[in-house]
Design a protein around this ligand. Structure first.
Ligand SMILES: Nc1ncnc2c1ncn2[C@@H]1O[C@H](COP(=O)(O)OP(=O)(O)OP(=O)(O)O)[C@@H](O)[C@H]1O
Ligand SMILES: [Mg+2]
Length: 359
């Protein structure tokens, strides 16, 4: 540890200077009263006195700092603090105070972050149990009614079993979303990058939700006719999930006879931006900053028509950020919403596979 020791001579300089001045003055007065004041002797005294004081003070300071302050450094190191570990032990009090203050500030910020995380965790647990309770109680209700004798009627048996099954499906849906969000948050989700045609993927998502859209007579369209494929570099399955969540939202919160339009535009630096626009109920500005939080829903009442757990957009944001891309939202209440995200485009010219050529 001795190598990691930064000496400061400031304290010894000044202290020796003060002592030398005081002693020289005292000596000068004494010699003067005795009428034997000799300037050469005084100068010699100044030099010797200063040198002796300097070495003694510096030696004592170093020992003091080294023993006591080193212990403080060691104690702090015990807390596993990398920042302090790297800094040399300094004998300069001002630097030392600054370092300790910096250390205290860092700990304070760390504790505050932990507190925020703890509150977040508590809120998360509360939300999870709340979301799971509703479908669980529904399922239990149907099963108990059946056990109470309703199962003797085959028509009711069939109806209630179907409803209980719907409840179970809802539970599975929430648990899957939770599983996905946990994986995304701990960075456990390995992205499987490939090059694929985003136009084709959007079309396949349209096909998937055509039935759902037709129930509200919502048209799923592109803004123009994309004749050429647009190849992007991303995890196809995850991007399909992003598109599904955004398109399902646009249907769920869209108005009857409305439209969901998808556009794919070139952006600077080899990027494309994919926009999903609807003319549905829109979102009031006050809700926008919190929209991507997990469990955040604009309409929190239990009577809402479209039952969602508020995890969809949180998942979408995580997936896009895992790709190091960005997601944007613009919305006007009662006018409509536009969710857009960027992706990396693959260069148009295909790479020739040299390995297949034989010489
Ligand atoms: N296109 C949209 N138009 C209007 N409101 C929207 C739109 N998309 C999302 N929202 C609002 O944002 C909230 C959060 O959306 P999110 O997709 O995260 O959750 P959800 O749809 O309620 O549930 P989940 O997607 O988990 O089934 C929704 O409850 C809804 O109020
Ligand atoms: Mg949703």
């Amino acid at each position: 540890m001795a190598e990691n020791f930064k000496k400061s001579y400031r304290f010894a300089y000044l202290s020796s200077l003060y002592i030398t001045i005081v002693l020289t003055l005292a000596l000068g007065v004494f010699l003067y009263t005795q009428s034997i004041l000799n300037p050469i002797f005084v100068i010699g005294f100044v030099l010797v006195c200063y040198a002796i004081c300097f070495f003694i003070i510096q030696y004592r300071v170093e020992r003091f700092i080294y023993r006591r302050v080193r212990k403080i450094y060691d104690d702090i190191e015990m807390l596993d603090v990398e920042t302090i570990e790297d800094t040399p032990v300094t004998t300069d009090m001002r630097t030392l105070i600054k370092e300790v203050e910096k250390f205290a500030q860092q700990r304070k910020t760390e504790i505050e972050t932990l507190k925020i995380r703890e509150d977040y965790r508590k809120e998360f647990m509360g939300n999870v149990s709340h979301e799971l309770k509703t479908p669980l109680f529904t399922v239990q209700g149907y099963i108990l009614t059946l056990l109470d004798g309703a199962m003797k009627d085959p028509a009711i048996l069939d109806k209630y079993l179907n409803r209980a099954n719907k409840g179970v499906e809802r539970l599975i849906y929430i648990v899957n979303d939770l599983d996905m969000i946990t994986k995304l948050e701990v960075g456990d989700l390995n992205l499987n990058y490939t090059g694929f045609d985003i136009v084709e993927l959007v079309q396949s998502v349209f096909d998937l939700f055509e039935m759902k859209a037709s129930k509200k007579n919502i048209a799923l369209t592109f803004d123009m006719n994309y004749t050429e494929p647009i190849i992007v570099h991303a995890d196809k399955e995850r991007i399909q999930q992003v598109l599904s969540n955004l398109i399902v939202n646009s249907i769920k919160y869209g108005k009857e006879d409305g439209t969901t339009e998808v556009s794919i535009e070139d952006l600077i630096r080899n990027k494309v931006i994919i926009r999903v626009t609807d003319n549905g109920e829109g979102i009031a500005q006050a809700h926008i900053p919190r929209l991507f939080e997990r469990f955040y829903r604009v309409d929190k009442s239990g009577s809402r028509k479209e039952g969602g757990s508020g995890l969809g957009l949180a998942i979408v944001k995580h997936i896009i950020e895992a790709h190091h891309e960005r997601i944007y939202v613009e919305s006007d209440y009662r006018v409509g919403s536009e969710f857009s995200f960027t992706l990396e485009k693959v260069k148009k010219f295909p790479v020739v596979d040299v390995s297949t050529k034989t010489s």
